[in-house]
Design a protein around this ligand. Structure first.
Ligand code: ZN
Length: 507
């Protein structure tokens, strides 16, 4: 179920063979579950954490590797017994006291401390004045917890977050239990543990009374979309279509200010479900983390599972300024989270679909886009004209590099491919392709080839060569039904097309 590994000289697997990030992950084991516990220490702004990885060995493992960067690891145990460990090259190599047999299910427990403000080559932490949030995509989750940091290996997830009273800890999934510690006991959080997780305790410390909240995810989660956050938050609950529980987590001081944006979600869900089928998770909501600092995270929103991370100031704008972007992030629940990219070369499956539906939502409401266009066809014609330049600058839609991964080519460039497919097969067949793909790969990961195969099978037409040209070709193919559309010649001296600030393609 995992791509072929790049093999090191000693035969040990190194990386899952991702074409964009070759060193990420391992094929040595299949991660089954992460049970994570985080305790926030406000005095030092640091986090004491315990990560329990449950995994099945896919080969005999004298040692095993987790992705890890910036974690101050104190102890590692394998199946409860102390294990040797070494951190190097964004990896944590663990040496159990005896080799793990192929097929065995093992538990690796890592106790560590981490500083969300640490300066690292790259990070998944978003530091705030009174806590933190997480933005792991694409390769930052392993600065938050040690893991097999690749979307091809999704797993069950529980998260315990302990924070001093006055602050509130939240995470991906639904709240399953709450425990209070009055700070006078000998240590640890009160309340039972969930799913075999650590109890969130470190030393009792001097943080005074604390509360631990346990979150459980009903569906598998990719490491890149795990959310954990601590802040001075208020939880706003509301009900979505079909009784879906909605949960927004907002900085308390800004809750009233942000309410008009948060109140838009139920109608957006209704619209998205009509096109994509039932919402795939147990809850949804927005997490405007309490920072607008461009250095904290350099994008507007990120689709962390069940709880989309946002810059709060963005959400203070009028609906016509934010509605299509909110739809973009919501659509990621289906394309990106429920169905994850099998490798980072498949990112267009996330971003192309999110932009395609985000733009449709915009134009249906008569909101002109940032370029002044008011119909999808007009916008697509404009993107089409730049097709060869984008392929020259950013590679084919399904062939990014680390440097071009988040370019517009993956966003509106991906939407253009979907537009071309719909022009070719018709709207009804296109809708069937979308729903079949979502149902078939729900809870897992899918490749670009999986999408092409589904499209060919469902449409009953020969679209394999057609989509292969659109997704992998060096030149922009003709647009079905629009013989008058033209592609501008490539200017090899032109500046490389600017990266699309993540998630702003629908603006
Ligand atoms: Zn996106």
């Amino acid at each position: 179920m995992l791509p072929d590994a790049a093999a090191a000289e000693n035969g040990a697997p190194v990386g899952v063979g991702d074409p964009v990030f070759p060193s990420l992950g391992t094929t040595g084991y299949d991660a089954l579950a992460y049970d994570l516990a985080f305790r926030y220490r406000p005095a030092t702004h640091t986090v004491d954490a315990t990560a329990v990885l449950t995994a099945r060995a896919l080969t005999a493992l004298p040692s095993l590797e987790l992705d890890a960067l910036g974690l101050d690891v104190h102890t590692v145990r394998v199946d409860g017994r102390a294990a040797g460990f070494r951190t190097h090259d964004e990896k944590l190599t663990v040496v159990p006291d005896q080799p793990v047999r192929r097929g065995a299910v093992l538990q690796v427990t890592v106790e560590y401390t981490v500083d969300p403000r640490a300066h690292l080559p790259h990070t998944g932490w978003v530091p705030t004045a009174d806590g933190f949030a997480v933005a792991g995509q694409p390769d930052g989750a392993h600065t938050v917890f040690p893991c097999n940091d690749h979307p091809s290996d999704k797993a069950r997830l529980t998260v315990a977050v302990t924070a001093p009273d006055g602050l509130l800890g939240v995470a991906t999934g639904h709240l399953s239990a709450t425990g209070h510690d009055d700070g006078t006991a000998s240590g640890g959080a009160a309340g039972g543990s969930v799913g075999g997780t650590g109890d969130g305790s470190g030393a009792a410390g001097d943080d005074g009374p604390t509360t631990t909240r346990w979150y459980v995810s009903r569906e598998p989660v990719a490491t890149e979309v795990v959310q954990v956050s601590v802040g001075t938050y208020t939880v706003r609950e509301r009900t979505g279509p079909g009784g879906l529980p909605l949960r927004d987590v907002v900085p308390t001081a800004r809750a009233a200010d942000l309410e008009p944006a948060l109140a838009l979600t139920p109608a957006q869900l209704e619209w998205a479900q009509q096109r994509l089928g039932p919402f795939p998770f147990e809850t949804y909501g927005l997490l405007p983390a309490d920072t607008d600092d461009p250095a904290a995270f350099d994008f507007t929103g990120l689709e962390t599972q069940t709880l989309t991370l946002y810059k709060p100031n963005f959400l203070r704008q009028a609906e016509r300024q934010i509605g299509s972007h909110m739809m973009h992030e919501l659509v990621h629940s289906w394309f990106g989270n429920s169905v994850s990219p099998r490798s980072w070369a498949d990112l267009w499956l996330n971003e192309g679909h999110a932009d395609f539906y985000g733009l449709m939502y915009r134009y249906e409401r008569g909101w002109a886009d940032s370029a002044g266009f008011t119909t999808l066809a007009d916008r697509m014609r404009d993107v089409y004209a730049a097709g060869d330049q984008w392929r020259h600058d950013s590679g084919p839609v399904a062939a990014p590099t680390a440097a071009t991964l988040f370019d517009s080519q993956r966003y509106t460039g991906g939407a253009l491919v979907l537009f071309a497919l719909r022009e070719r097969v018709g709207a009804d067949a296109f809708d069937r392709i979308e729903r079949t793909f979502l149902q078939r790969y729900r809870g897992g990961s899918a490749t670009t080839a999986d999408y092409i195969r589904t499209a060919a099978e469902v449409s009953g037409g020969d679209v394999t060569a057609f989509l292969t040209d659109w997704l992998h070709g060096e030149r922009t193919p003709p647009m079905p039904g629009h013989p008058d559309w033209t592609v501008a010649p490539v200017d090899p001296t032109a500046r490389r097309s600017a990266p699309a600030p993540r998630g702003t393609g629908t603006l």
